[in-house]
Each structure stands twice: as structure tokens, then as C-alpha cells.
Design a protein around this ligand. Structure first.
Ligand SMILES: Cc1cc2nc3c(=O)[nH]c(=O)nc-3n(C[C@H](O)[C@H](O)[C@H](O)COP(=O)(O)OP(=O)(O)OC[C@H]3O[C@@H](n4cnc5c(N)ncnc54)[C@H](O)[C@@H]3O)c2cc1C
Length: 369
């Protein structure tokens, strides 16, 4: 009988697997190479963007949404049902939102007038805003605290253990599986590898098509009291997420190519989430490498921040911090789920939605044992 599961990686994917395994009655050991998780799961927007996903990841996102709510309730992590507000500032953007609204029932997605969008954002006037859609069921988590708090909850569980500062070198087969780590061997019945974009360091053949997607992010002071409202998406977001796909999206892409080619050049998805301390997490750009250079391009930041500022009816946003995020990316698939050694499951999200679907991936993997 499988009783002890070892999990490599204390990001949202590894910890989601750990919670699901504890819920199913297993003993769980999580190992994490750093003294705390500092990669993709703390560098993101914390946006659980269920409503804008489609296809297999759409199904996973829908499964994950109630799991996020239950995690927040059970573990006290900072995650709230915030909704997502997608804002249209041109006729082409508005057409994409109308198409999306046709697929949703009123409780899921409600079209808003310019004035209603302004109210959501607590703007005195709508400015260039034409309309919006409020997708009420999505969540916003605080990425700065969520994985640290979840790791603590797992460590406090009677069958849970988290070992930070412990790097996996490899897994050996035998009577048990043996994890060879920087702090000695660990025996386990099952192993889950949730190493994020570093998966290729452990399984280079498996991760041959996985590249590093690099994103530029900033934390800014909210330009006015915004009252902790929804996560906000803009026109460039409508070009990225599956649920916006359709003829209106094609027309918007053509319009953006014509009028704002610089935003396409930097792979912009201008969006932000609102955090409890009154700051906004604003991003992001997308660029792809085998090994990401660490340098942030100021022009790219300027483009992202100027577009976010315009949406908020202001000239400039006060930047508090900037950083680079990296996630695993593949042009061939959205998920990497393989079993390279019997009993060893490798789970990597190869598109930028691991926060949204992590809990569902954990639940599905554990249910498959
Ligand atoms: C800027 C940015 C914004 C994003 N915004 C969103 C968003 O709003 N919503 C959304 O759904 N998704 C978003 N994403 C994507 C999301 O953050 C990722 O998909 C998700 O965090 C991946 O989680 P993970 O646990 O697989 O990886 P990680 O968080 O990178 O965790 C992997 C962990 O494994 C550890 N590890 C690796 N190798 C070893 C080893 N050999 N031994 C021990 N430990 C090891 C690493 O140290 C790391 O802590 C964003 C990503 C970025 C970068």
C-alpha cells in the first residue's frame, strides 16, 4: 500500500499535491531546495482566473475554483473571491466581451456599462472606458504569503513535513523509491516532482520542449482608494486567454497589430490585481529563452505601466518594486504530466496559469494513485 508520498518543490503545484495527499490520508514529505519558495508562485499576480480559461485547462480551472475557496477557509491563506473585470476601451475590445458574455450565464459574467466599470474601479469618470464584463467567481490570492502559509499548514499537519534547503539530485528505484538529496536519502512509496521551470534540470529528455517564459512585473501604489476590488484585464489580455477566442478576437488582433504593434512585440498582457495593502501588482510582458537573461528592459516596463495608468485615468503610476518572473513554457502542450520512473509523477504547468489550476492538478494526481 502506498503510504508515504515525497513531493519535490514547495511552489503552488507541489503544495497543492501535498494538501490533496494529506486529505487522502497519506504521510507527506515536501522538499524544497531554497530556504523558502521564491520562484514563479510568489512572483505572479495571484490571479485565480477561472472564467477566462478554455479546453482542458478550462476544466481544471473550474475544478480548482472551489478547491481554492475551501483552502482559504480551511488554512486561512490570503485568497478572496474578487471577480475579474475585463475592461474594453475600443469597439473591437467591446465586441470580444459581447462574444464572451454570450457563452456565460448572467451569474458567471455580466456586461457592464462604462459608468458601472468606473464604479468598480472607483473612478470619478470612465475616461476612455467603453464597457466591461464582470466575471464574478474568480479569486485573487496574495502571492507573497500564500505558499509560505500553505507550507506552514502542511508542516503543522500530523502527517505532514516540509524540508526547506533540501535539493533533489535524483530518484533511485529499489524496494522503495529513494530520493538522493543534498541532505541525505529519503525513502518514499511515491514521488511527485513539481519543480516548475527547473524540471529540465532533473529530467532533460522529458522536458526537451520546455523553455523559460520571462515576464516583467511591478508593484505600484493604487492611484486612488480602490477598495480592494476585482482583478482587472485589458484588451491585450483578451488576446491571450482561451475563453476570448472567436472572430471578434481575430479582429482585435488585427486592430492591435495596426494601432499598438509595440504591445504585441513585448507579448503584453496588461492587467493588475489589487492587494490588501493598497498596492497593485501590474504586468506583464512575455519573452522566451532556453536560459533567461536577468535584465529588465525599462522600455517594456514603461509600455506596460503607461497602458495600465491610462486604464486607471492617470498619467503615471508610482512604482514600489519591479521584478522578473519565470514560468515553464511549451509551444506543444499546456501541461507536462509524465511518469518517467514507475511511481514517480512529474507535473509541470507549461503555460502561465499554475496558480489557477494547481489545486485541481493536485487532486487529480492523488486520485489517480
Ligand atoms: C510573473 C508571473 C505572473 C503569473 N501570473 C499568474 C496568475 O496570475 N495566475 C496564474 O494562474 N498563474 C500565473 N503565473 C503562473 C504561475 O505562477 C505558475 O504556473 C506556477 O506558480 C507554477 O508553480 P510551480 O509550483 O510549478 O512552480 P514554482 O513556483 O516555480 O515552484 C517550483 C519549486 O520547485 C523547487 N525545486 C526545483 N527543483 C528542485 C530540486 N531539484 N530540489 C528541490 N526543490 C526544487 C523550486 O525551488 C521552486 O520553489 C504567473 C507566473 C509568473 C512568472
Amino acid at each position: 500500500m502506498t503510504s508515504h508520498i515525497a513531493i519535490v518543490g514547495a511552489g503552488i503545484v507541489g503544495l497543492s499535491h501535498a494538501v490533496a495527499a494529506l486529505d487522502a490520508g497519506y504521510r507527506v514529505t515536501v522538499i524544497e531546495q531554497d530556504s523558502r519558495a521564491v520562484l514563479a508562485s510568489i512572483r505572479n499576480f495571484g490571479h485565480v482566473c477561472t472564467s477566462v480559461q478554455a479546453g482542458e485547462v478550462g476544466e481544471l480551472a473550474r475544478e480548482a475554483n472551489p478547491l481554492w475557496r475551501s483552502l482559504a477557509e480551511r488554512t486561512g491563506i490570503e485568497a478572496r473571491v474578487s471577480g475579474t473585470l475585463a475592461v474594453a476601451r475600443s469597439a473591437a475590445e467591446e465586441a470580444v466581451l459581447v462574444e464572451l458574455a454570450e457563452q456565460k450565464d448572467a451569474a458567471e459574467g455580466e456586461l457592464l456599462t462604462a459608468g458601472q466599470v468606473a464604479d468598480q474601479l472607483r473612478l470619478a469618470t470612465p475616461g476612455e472606458i467603453r464597457s466591461g464584463i464582470l466575471l464574478a467567481g474568480d479569486l485573487t490570492a496574495n502571492p507573497r504569503t500564500v505558499v509560505a502559509d500553505l507550507a506552514r499548514w502542511i508542516a503543522d499537519h500530523e502527517r505532514g513535513e516540509v524540508r526547506f534547503g533540501t535539493t533533489l539530485f535524483g530518484v533511485r528505484e529499489g524496494q522503495h523509491l529513494t530520493l538522493e538529496t543534498s541532505r541525505g536519502k529519503i525513502a518514499a512509496d511515491r514521488v511527485i516532482i513539481a519543480a516548475g521551470h527547473l524540471v529540465g534540470r532533473l529530467f532533460p529528455d522529458l522536458a526537451g520542449d520546455v523553455r523559460e517564459c520571462v515576464l516583467q512585473m511591478a508593484r505600484v501604489r493604487a492611484p486612488h482608494d480602490m477598495g480592494l476590488g476585482p482583478a482587472v484585464l485589458s484588451g491585450t489580455s483578451m488576446l491571450r486567454y482561451g475563453a476570448f477566442a472567436g472572430p471578434a478576437q481575430d479582429a482585435l488582433r488585427e486592430e492591435t497589430e495596426r494601432l499598438r504593434p509595440e504591445l504585441l512585440e513585448i507579448g503584453a498582457n496588461v492587467m493588475f490585481t489589487q492587494q490588501p495593502d493598497g498596492t497593485l501588482l501590474v504586468g506583464d510582458s512575455h519573452d522566451y529563452f532556453d536560459a533567461a537573461p536577468p535584465f529588465l528592459d525599462e522600455r517594456w516596463s514603461d509600455l506596460l505601466l503607461a497602458d495600465a495608468a491610462a486604464l486607471l485615468g492617470t498619467d503615471m503610476l508610482e512604482v514600489i518594486e519591479r521584478w522578473q518572473g519565470i514560468y515553464a513554457s511549451s509551444s506543444e502542450r499546456e501541461l507536462l504530466r509524465e511518469e518517467p520512473i514507475p511511481g514517480v509523477s512529474v507535473v509541470t504547468v507549461t503555460t502561465g496559469i499554475g496558480m489557477t489550476i494547481g489545486p485541481a492538478l493536485g487532486a487529480r494526481t492523488i486520485a489517480s494513485f
